[in-house]
Design a protein around this ligand. Structure first.
Ligand code: AMP
Length: 399
């Protein structure tokens, strides 16, 4: 079912729009914002609402204050930065519910912007407590969710509040940022241009089981890298040395390989192995899929890079989630960066990068501007790829 978009909202002048954004920005020790990408990313949604004369009430979480007030995790600096970016005043209240909030909203004018304090100063937020959601919803005529990165959590500000506003006859729509996520990730799953190639890496098979199972039914090829490859290779009898392996997931890996029979499910055919999984190690390329005793697998090898890049070059849709090796260590980053470059070089394909480490990798490889879309939500994009309906998306109004 497709969801209401912000562009479907018309004639909202003078209406109070509660907007869930993701302003969970990184801060340094002094409390200064070190990267304001997430704030800038919400500008199209805010501009649209301000131009249409809405009273814009922003809410977000920041960090993990776990239900306690922590001045170090206040959103006040974000309000200041947002005001600079928008070139207009942004009011701030040091609470997200209650009398002070109600009073401030009561005197807002069309086009005014207000940021509420960190929602997670209340434990009720993450508990999706109905009374808390009711207090948040009280001051809103409509709701916009632009926080894809939090949409996999059923919290009061992502789920509860939308249900209440909908019940009252108010509209709940996806913001521009959220819409983009749904368009690219949703499009890849429901109607991908083919061949559809998925690249999956990272540390653990166990984190990606549901993704693999879902993608096996949709993708034309799945390319496996990262430490999770070793768990698969071990079940096939190859040596894994001292590599990171989930020994309690061998049966599971075996059953995934069974399900993948007849499909293009590629595992590394060579590796970069190292004497320790850290900088300064002695390294060597393996002769085949086995890692020698006493050595650690730390990256995919040159033959694997060439095999994977060939698949990537022929793809028309690419989804990538998880690095091919310990890319944080420069000597072990080649496989991940080569894959990033191959994805970026395929201009004929729609290329979608899952959040988290893969997003970091395309940035470090210098190709983040050359891929079609980099998701803003690590956990959320993973759950989306599992085929799950995200609570924050499900709660929005249907078109
Ligand atoms: P994930 O969060 O599951 O996507 O995993 C990302 C992490 O997997 C990164 O921090 C990588 O360093 C790690 N990783 C990837 N390949 C390996 C490997 N061969 N051995 C150990 N860790 C790895």
């Amino acid at each position: 079912m497709s969801k209401l978009s912000i562009t479907d909202l018309k004639d909202f002048r003078n209406q109070r729009a509660l907007v869930r954004v993701d302003y969970n920005v990184p801060l340094d020790e002094t409390g200064a914002i070190t990267d304001d990408k997430r704030i800038r990313a919400t500008v199209p949604t805010l501009d649209y609402l301000v131009k249409g004369g809405a009273k814009v009430i922003l809410c977000s979480h920041l960090g993990r204050p776990k239900g306690k007030r922590d001045p170090k995790q206040s959103l006040r600096p974000v309000a200041e930065r947002l005001a600079e970016i928008l070139g207009r005043p942004v009011a701030f209240v040091d609470d997200s519910i209650g009398e002070k909030v109600d009073q401030t909203i009561g005197i807002m004018q069309p086009g005014d912007v207000l940021l509420l304090e960190n929602l997670r100063f209340y434990a009720a937020e993450e508990k999706n407590d109905p009374a808390f959601a009711e207090k948040l919803a009280k001051n809103a005529d409509l709701y916009v969710n632009d926080a894809f990165g939090s949409a996999h959590r059923a919290h009061a500000s992502t789920e509860g509040v939308a249900q209440i506003i909908k019940k009252r006859g108010g509209k709940c729509a996806a913001g521009f940022l959220m819409e983009k996520e749904l368009k690219y990730l949703g499009g890849a799953l429901s109607s991908p241009a083919r061949p559809f190639v998925c690249i999956l890496g990272g540390a653990k098979v166990s984190d990606k089981i549901a993704v693999i199972e879902n993608l096996l039914t949709r993708a034309d090829a799945i390319l496996i890298g990262g430490a999770m490859a070793y768990t698969f290779l071990k079940t096939q009898g190859f040596g894994v040395g001292k590599s990171l392996v989930e020994n309690d997931k061998l049966d599971l890996a075996k059953s995934l390989l069974e399900k993948a029979k007849g499909k293009k499910f590629l595992l590394p055919s060579d590796h970069l192995q190292a004497t320790k999984p850290e900088a300064g190690a002695t390294t060597r390329i393996t002769d085949g899929p086995s890692i020698e005793d006493g050595w650690y697998g730390v990256d995919i090898g040159p033959q694997t890079i060439a095999r994977y890049n060939k698949e990537i070059a022929g793809a028309r849709t690419i989804v990538w989630n998880g690095p091919m090796g310990i890319f944080e260590v420069p000597e072990f980053s080649k496989g991940t960066f080569e894959v990033a470059k191959a994805v970026a070089a395929n201009k004929a394909a729609i290329s979608i990068i899952g959040g988290g480490d893969s997003a970091k990798a395309v940035k470090q490889a210098g190709v983040d501007k050359q891929v079609t879309f980099v998701s803003t939500g690590g956990g959320a994009s993973l759950e989306f790829l599992e085929g799950k309906e995200l609570p924050g998306v499900a709660a929005l109004s249907d078109k």
